[in-house]
Design a protein. Structure first.
Ligand code: MLT
Length: 263
């Protein structure tokens, strides 16, 4: 369905009943990464998965891609759906956005799920890579850059076992225009550090990571779980940076167990 927020339209899937669970996809993907989890999660929760501004079927305005701006869209979406408190989960860039929601509107969170993401800001080297990416995207719209980037979204073992997954993720990324790719690289480069924030978030939390994630590795997940006052850490074997599509059964089981335990 289409939901109007902040002057734009977001494409949103909203199914099931129970505690509201809002899941935010990472870059440069869409809510399609949650498709393999929907049947299991919609049995225990009201599962709400937006395409973030610029991605999937949502509008793709020229600007508004700072992490705090994407977070404001999420709070406006929750308002539009009358979700007072909700469990918020984010994958990678979606995790950066979730942490900005937690910073701006902590009272709305009934729980937090951080999937293959990190709390610290970009290192100087990572920031330089983003700046180079923005230039590369500016040259040809991002096609060549995405060809190099997308395979890293899954583990080397997944590329061997299920090469079609990389093609599927590449097809999702192909729908993201260059100004959105560049806007989000800039937004991620300039995002603030969230480590002190995590220590203040006294809600039940699940930190989940693919054991073979090379972008936001298990050490980053362990550090977030240690910083959060009430977190469980789940490491998913045989998965890289996008475990919801690489190992959906294990991810669904971990989220269902977390939702049951927080009741
Ligand atoms: C993502 O998967 O959302 C991004 O690759 C994360 C990042 O670049 O920091």
């Amino acid at each position: 369905m289409r939901v109007a927020v902040a002057g734009i339209g977001l494409e949103v899937e909203d199914h099931g009943a129970g505690v509201p669970l809002v899941l935010l996809h990472g870059f440069p993907l869409s809510s399609a990464i949650w498709d393999p989890l929907r049947p299991a999660l919609a049995e225990v929760a009201r599962l709400v998965t937006p395409d973030l501004r610029g991605f999937g079927g949502s509008d793709k305005p020229d600007g508004g891609y700072a992490m705090a701006e994407l977070a404001a869209d999420v709070v406006a979406l929750a308002d539009a759906l009358a979700l007072d408190r909700f469990v918020l989960g984010g994958h990678s860039m979606g995790g950066y956005v979730a942490m900005r929601v937690a910073a701006a509107s902590p009272e709305r969170l009934a729980g937090l799920i951080l999937i293959d993401t990190r709390a610290e800001a970009d290192s100087p080297e990572a920031a330089e890579r983003r700046t180079a990416a923005i230039s590369a995207i500016g040259r040809d719209g991002g096609g060549a850059w995405l060809d190099g980037f997308v395979p890293n979204l899954v583990a080397a073992s997944t590329r061997e076992r299920a090469p079609r997954l990389v093609a599927e993720l590449r097809a999702i990324a192909a729908t993201v225009p260059g100004h959105v790719l560049a806007g989000c690289q800039l937004g991620m480069r300039d995002r603030p550090d969230s480590r002190e924030l995590l220590a203040r978030l006294d809600v039940p939390a699940l930190v989940l990571v693919g054991a073979e994630d090379a972008i936001t590795p298990p050490e980053a997940a362990a550090a977030m779980a240690a910083a959060l006052p009430r977190a469980t850490l789940a490491v998913v074997p045989g998965a890289g940076h996008t475990p919801s599509v690489e190992r959906p059964i294990q991810v669904a089981e971990a989220i269902v167990a977390y939702l049951r335990a927080r009741r």
